[in-house]
Design a protein around this ligand. Structure first.
Ligand code: ADP
Ligand code: ZN
Ligand code: ZN
Length: 736
């Protein structure tokens, strides 16, 4: 045990290593602990390496002897304020995240590497005593100098960035400097300037929008779900809410999906708030710019912070509201490393900061809908559709027994051809990923289902088996249909590369643009790819979910969903939710312009009640039905769920590891109606980068039951010495 000579002389640091604890150090040689503040970064020695750590707290006692001194202090000012540190502590404990890795995830790359924050300190043009003493009418012969002087007199110091953006020239500034009236001073960081936008006033709100706004309390914590179709004016509500908190002198945080942070979005916000300091945090920024924007947000200088997932981890000392746009979007959940949900954390942050939180979507996640329907969240709705766009026509194309060409019915191919020949654009969704395969007969529609529960069996090709992901029943793969003896069995949801190749060769006269995560690693790449589509030329877009949102493509008049059945019969219980969201979102896209839109949905089971419900009544009633189904099946969001994951080149090792883990946990917390274990079962994407993936699923009636169990698992698993085996915990997992 080591005691510090002075109160709080020991530093407790978050060090970026995969261990779920903080580490104690002494202050760097010659530095007095009293001069250090939580939230500052320090270099520390760790296992022969030098790592960048964040000071979380100062303590007087450590359980360890022989503490090492930290090496060097990086920042003069703390980067993380007290609330942010409390928020990080909460998140680390809920998601079982190593605190050091969570702090790393919060920092932009340049700061993670240890560049001092001072590097982005801003130069502020400030009046000297002499300048302050001048009358407003001084310098009448030099109007530009006079204008600048008056501005400094009335508005205080001006940042170099702002002056440059507004076109104040160096000679004007220098002239004032030479007269001894102004001087540059180093001050707080400001965000990099956004492209200029013409100021645009806000429209008069309609009655629904006014009501919605009136229901969101201006102060104090509240969580609200805003459910409103595309184009119903949700963004307008966000802007008004932001305006309200800016007026009160506070910061507004707007979270958007990865694909939603487009130049148009930024322009719309910049145009509404001229003169406000806006920090955009997204992966498209250069490293230095991102650090600058982050520091401006964390220092409290940025009034508005717009960002993707990780922006939720940014300290915001003047936070006044958190808004999450397209809250159902999967990109809010981090799928590796620290697997947090920015959407869920938004509500936690709102509670801690005691400010309102607004989640908006045309197709709310079942999680948020459940919270709204059980009165945990306020349920706000916008039902009218602004603008003139007509709702599109949706048709189901039955595929059973049809002569399909690589998964497409002849009439669908004909429609695509006619659309292109008319000079319009078509959009085809091929769900190559995300839908796990159930096995079906192409001739009679037979489906392999579980004899013990109501779910379908999932095809695991490697094992040549069919498995139930609800009760773990398994049987060998069959070669022919038990109902009609046809040998034509295939996996549902199965768009393939051959489907894409067929379209490319059949419509070779037109550009065929493929959009998915592989072809579009960055926003710029996506913009380049979509350029012909934006230009309005006839073209065929092939895509995944990415294309469903955010893109205004008025010339798209035909949307094809190649296979709805993958969504209806997936072992991934979220597939039906995602399909509903996709369909509603594309239906909202098609025909947004002058031209009427048409949506064709291919299915073997056109009479399926869920599909019928979706097509006839829309996403709202469909989602409510799915919620009832989830409740009946004991699945999220009605029950809480966490996964223990393991992956390894040698599948047996991963499986055995998880079997041991489950046995260990079950001996502590036996399975019961309140707490249920499943697995290990293969992940839906069984093999990734050469490793076989498995998981154990734990569901609980009480959410609070899960984190302690996960903590036990982590403590146990951190002792794992098999370096080729990777493991993780996934609280509120979104992917199976
Ligand atoms: P959403 O975010 O729900 O898709 P938006 O807020 O973007 O909807 O609104 C859709 C369109 O309608 C936008 O062009 C917006 O400027 C316009 N709009 C929204 N509210 C109003 C209003 N009260 N009066 C006039 N136009 C509006
Ligand atoms: Zn059959
Ligand atoms: Zn079963």
């Amino acid at each position: 045990m080591q005691q510090a000579d002075q109160q709080g002389g020991i530093l407790r640091l978050a060090v970026p290593v995969p261990l779920r604890r903080l580490f104690d150090y002494l202050p760097p040689a010659g530095v007095d602990a009293a001069s250090l503040h939580p939230g500052q970064r320090l270099w520390v020695p760790f296992g022969g390496r030098k790592l960048l750590a964040v000071l979380v707290e100062k303590v007087s006692e450590s359980s360890l002897a022989n503490l090492k001194p930290a090496l060097e202090l990086v920042d003069h000012q703390p980067l993380f304020d007290a609330r942010s540190r409390e928020f990080m502590r909460w998140a680390a404990s809920y998601y079982q995240a190593p605190p050091g890795e969570l702090y790393s995830a919060a920092l932009p790359a340049a700061l993670r590497k240890g560049k001092p924050a001072d590097h982005w300190a801003e130069q502020w043009l400030t009046l000297t005593t002499e300048g302050k003493g001048l009358p407003e009418t001084a310098l009448a012969r030099a109007p530009k100098q006079q204008a600048l002087l008056q501005r400094l007199l009335s508005a205080g110091p001006q940042s170099r960035t702002a002056l440059r953006t507004e076109g104040v020239t160096t000679p004007v500034i220098r002239a004032l400097e030479e007269r001894g009236l102004v001087t540059w001073k180093v001050g707080p960081t400001v965000p990099p300037p956004l492209p200029a936008a013409e100021p645009s006033p806000s429209p008069e709100l309609n009655e629904e929008q006014r009501q919605v706004l009136a229901e969101i309390p201006a102060e104090g914590f509240s969580a609200s779900l805003l459910e409103g179709t595309t184009g119903s004016g949700k963004t307008e509500v966000y802007l008004r809410l932001m305006d309200r908190v800016l007026q009160a002198g506070r910061q507004a945080l707007l979270l958007v999906p990865e694909i939603g942070l487009t130049p148009q979005t930024l322009r719309r916000i910049a145009a509404r708030f001229p003169g406000r300091s806006i920090a955009a945090l997204h992966s498209g920024l250069a490293e230095g710019e991102r650090a600058q924007a982050w520091l401006a947000a964390a220092g409290g200088q940025a009034d508005i912070v717009i960002g993707t997932r990780s922006a939720i981890l940014t300290p915001l000392p003047r936070l006044g509201v958190v808004i999450v746009d397209e809250e159902h979007d999967g990109s809010f959940k981090q799928q590796d490393g620290v697997r947090y949900s920015a959407r869920d954390l938004a509500v936690v942050l709102g509670r801690m900061a005691n400010v309102p939180v607004l989640l908006g979507s045309a197709t709310p996640s079942l999680e948020s809908l459940h919270n709204a329907l059980t009165d945990r969240y306020r349920h706000l709705r916008l039902r009218q559709r602004a603008g003139a766009a007509r709702p599109p026509q949706i048709h189901v194309v039955p595929t059973l027994g049809q002569q399909l060409e690589e998964g497409f019915a002849p009439q669908v191919l004909r429609h695509i051809g006619e659309t292109l020949d008319r000079g319009e654009q078509a959009l085809v969704f091929i769900n190559r990923r995300g839908f796990s395969p159930a096995l079906a007969c192409d001739d009679c529609g037979w489906l392999a289902d579980c004899p013990h529960c109501s779910s379908k069996l999932t095809l695991h090709r490697r094992e040549r088996s069919l498995r139930c992901h609800h009760c773990d029943y398994r049987r060998p793969l069959v070669d022919s249909c038990p109902a009609c003896h046809s040998r034509s069995l295939s996996a549902l949801g199965g768009g393939t590369e051959r489907s894409e190749a067929l379209l490319a060769s059949r419509f070779a006269d037109y550009p065929v643009i493929r959009v998915d995560r592989d072809t579009t690693s960055s926003k710029e790449a996506l913009d380049r790819l979509l350029a012909p589509a934006r230009a309005g030329e006839p073209c065929l877009l092939l895509g995944t979910q990415m294309l469903a949102k955010g893109h205004h493509l008025p010339k798209v008049t035909l949307v094809v969903i190649q296979d709805a059945d993958g969504g209806l019969f997936s072992a991934d219980f979220r597939a039906s939710e995602r399909m509903g969201q996709l369909l509603e979102q594309v239906a909202g896209r098609a025909g947004r312009g002058e031209l009427a839109g048409r949506v064709l949905v291919q299915s073997r089971y056109p009479e399926h009640p869920l599909l019928q419900l979706l097509l006839e009544k829309g996403y709202g009633p469909y989602a409510r039905q799915l919620l009832r189904d989830r409740a009946a099946a004991g699945l999220p969001p009605v029950r809480a769920m966490a996964l223990l994951r393991a992956e390894c080149e040698e599948p047996r090792w991963a499986q055995e590891f998880l079997e041991q883990a489950r046995a260990m946990l079950e001996s502590l917390a036996p399975s019961s109606p309140q707490l249920q274990y499943l697995g290990p079962v293969p992940a839906l994407l069984e093999r990734k980068s050469g490793r076989f993936r498995f998981y154990v699923q734990i569901t609980a009636e009480q959410r609070a039951a899960l984190p302690p169990l996960l903590a036990r698992f982590c403590a146990w698993a951190e002792g794992n010495r098999n370096r080729r085996l990777r493991w993780a915990v996934d609280m509120d997992a979104q992917e199976l």
